[in-house]
Design a binder for this molecule. Structure first.
Ligand SMILES: [Zn+2]
Length: 206
């Protein structure tokens, strides 16, 4: 791509770093910004910078939050004894949208994936195991996507908590293998949470 301006080229190259944005799309977006009032770009840039500077992770569940303890964890009307284990904030949003879950979450921050160089120590697993061992948890629901990495992660955690007196369940595998949780429609996902199955049954048949 030949650019008539170095400034334009730099902006396009930065924009093209984002996932799913190729150079052509990046150019279209940048040209769109140039047509808008200057303040609009200021609002965009400022909101990104502020988010990057000020965003936090909930000290209890590791969900993205504006405050030290997120709204879900600080809500006393939720059942703090039922913990749904998810990969990231998108899963929390997807499950919250179903309106079917009144427990709390634990956000791992990814899945165990040796190919991508992600080991258990890079994920929020220790704090989950500690939470379970402290005796405050009645049920753990595994809600990672049904991929090999998701299964590996579930099983790794399960091995560490299986001797604790808690119920471990997994959301029903109505969500087909390889589907990411965030893309499941709300009705299916809501039903999967209500019809969750004991975790042991989710791998014995495989
Ligand atoms: Zn939280």
């Amino acid at each position: 791509m030949e650019f008539s301006s170095k400034l334009l080229e730099k902006a396009v190259n930065e924009m093209a770093q984002l996932p799913g944005i190729g150079k052509r799309t990046a150019l279209r977006l940048v040209l769109h910004l140039l047509k808008q009032p200057k303040e609009q770009t200021g609002f965009l840039a400022q909101s990104l910078l502020t988010m990057r500077e000020e965003i936090r992770f909930c000290k209890s569940c590791h969900n993205i939050s504006d405050v030290a303890i997120c709204e879900i964890c600080s809500n006393h009307n939720r059942n703090h004894k039922i913990v749904c284990v998810v990969e990231d904030v998108r899963d929390v949003m997807a499950i919250e949208n179903t309106g079917q879950f009144r427990g709390i979450y634990h956000v791992l921050g990814g899945k165990i994936s040796p190919i991508d160089g992600v080991g258990p120590s890079q994920l929020n697993i220790t704090s989950l195991v500690e939470k379970v061992k402290s005796g405050d948890v009645f049920e753990i629901i595994f809600a990672l996507s049904s991929t090999m990495e998701g299964d590996t992660t579930n099983f790794y955690i399960y091995k560490q908590i299986k001797d604790c007196e808690i119920i471990t369940s997994s959301i029903a595998r109505g969500i087909s293998v390889g589907d990411e949780l965030e893309y499941a429609d709300e009705v299916t996902l809501g039903r999967s949470i209500l019809n969750r199955i004991p975790f042991e049954n989710s791998f014995k048949n495989n």
